[in-house]
Design a protein around this ligand. Structure first.
Ligand SMILES: NC(=O)c1ccc[n+]([C@@H]2O[C@H](COP(=O)([O-])OP(=O)(O)OC[C@H]3O[C@@H](n4cnc5c(N)ncnc54)[C@H](OP(=O)(O)O)[C@@H]3O)[C@@H](O)[C@H]2O)c1
Length: 242
C-alpha cells in the first residue's frame, strides 16, 4: 500500500484485513501515523501480517530499490498507489515551485511506483496495479488545473500500461473518485459541500481492484457527470464558473 496514511487507503486495508490472512506493507512518509494505522489493522484482522516502511516518494532510485526489495522473494499480488495532495490552485499560479511539487507528488511519483511494479509483475506475468487518480483529471478547470493536470498524466499513463499488459495476467486499475470525505477535503466539508463517504469509495476501490476494472469512477454517478463535462464544447465550458 503506497501512501498508506491516506484515508481511502486505510479503509481499503480495513476491508482486506477483515478477509483473514493477508500480508500488507504500509508505505508512508509519516511512519508514526502509519504505525498507528498498522496497530489498528492488526486489532481488526487477527491473521494479518503488517509492516511499515518509509522512503522518499520523489526519488526514482529509492522507489526502484524498494520495489525490487519487496518483490525479490515473492511476487506482490496487488500494489495500490494512493498518495496525493490537493494543492490549491492559486499558490501554484503564484509560485511555480508549488506547481512543480503538485505535479511531482500527484503525477510523477505515482507513475514511478507503477512503473517499478509493472517491471516486477511483467517478470512473473501476474499482479494488479491500482492507481488513485481523480475526476479532476478529466477536464482542465481554472479552479484546479495544476492538480487536474497531474491526475491527467496518471490517466494517460495508466492507459498505456493497460495497452502494454492487454491479454496478460497483469491488470491496471485506475480509480477516479469524486469529492470524498477524507482529510484532503476538510475545507469542502466545512463549506457544506456534499461528499461521498470514504467507506463507500474504499469498497468501490477494493471491488474494482478485484475485478480488474480498467477505470472505476466512484461513486459511479461521476462517470456520467464527467462524460457530460468532457463533452461540453469550449465555447460553453469556458463561460461556466466551475
Ligand atoms: N478525497 C477526495 O475527495 C479525492 C478525490 C479524488 C481523488 N482523490 C485522491 O485519492 C488519493 C487518496 O487521498 P485521500 O482522499 O485518502 O486523502 P488523504 O487522507 O489526505 O491522504 C493523502 C495521502 O497522500 C500522502 N501524501 C501527501 N503528500 C505526500 C508526499 N509529498 N509524499 C508522500 N505522501 C504524501 C499523505 O501522507 P501524509 O499522511 O504523510 O500527509 C496521505 O497518505 C489521493 O491520490 C487523492 O488525490 C481524493
Amino acid at each position: 500500500m503506497i501512501g498508506a496514511t491516506s484515508a481511502i487507503a486505510e479503509h481499503c486495508c480495513r476491508l482486506w484485513v477483515q478477509r483473514g490472512s493477508v500480508e500488507l506493507i504500509l508505505v508512508a512518509r509519516n511512519v508514526e501515523l502509519a504505525g498507528r494505522i498498522a496497530a489498528d489493522l492488526r486489532a481488526r484482522g487477527g491473521q494479518a501480517e503488517i509492516s511499515v516502511e518509509t522512503l522518499d516518494f520523489l526519488s526514482a532510485p529509492a522507489i526502484a530499490a524498494a520495489v525490487a526489495r519487496w518483490t525479490a522473494e515473492d511476487p506482490v499480488d496487488l500494489a495500490l498507489i494512493a498518495h496525493g495532495v490537493l494543492s490549491p490552485q492559486q499558490p501554484c499560479q503564484d509560485d511555480i515551485e508549488q506547481a512543480r511539487y503538485s505535479i511531482e507528488v500527484n503525477g510523477v511519483s505515482p507513475v514511478l511506483f507503477a512503473e517499478a511494479f509493472a517491471g516486477a509483475m511483467s517478470r512473473v506475468g501476474r499482479g494488479t496495479i491500482g492507481m488513485i487518480g481523480s475526476v479532476a483529471g478529466d477536464r482542465g478547470r481554472r479552479a484546479n488545473y495544476v492538480y487536474g493536470a497531474s491526475k491527467a498524466l496518471m490517466d494517460r499513463y495508466a492507459q498505456g500500461l493497460q495497452h502494454r499488459f492487454a491479454g496478460t495476467g497483469v491488470k491496471i486499475v485506475l480509480i477516479k473518485p469524486g469529492p470524498t470525505d477524507t482529510p484532503m477535503t476538510a475545507q469542502y466539508k466545512a463549506q457544506g459541500r456534499r461528499l461521498a463517504s470514504v467507506e463507500s469509495v474504499a469498497q468501490g476501490t477494493v471491488d474494482a481492484l478485484e475485478r480488474g476494472t480498467p477505470v472505476a469512477y466512484l461513486p459511479r454517478k461521476w462517470q456520467l457527470i464527467m462524460f457530460v463535462v468532457r463533452a461540453l464544447p469550449d465555447f460553453i465550458f469556458n463561460r461556466l464558473n466551475i
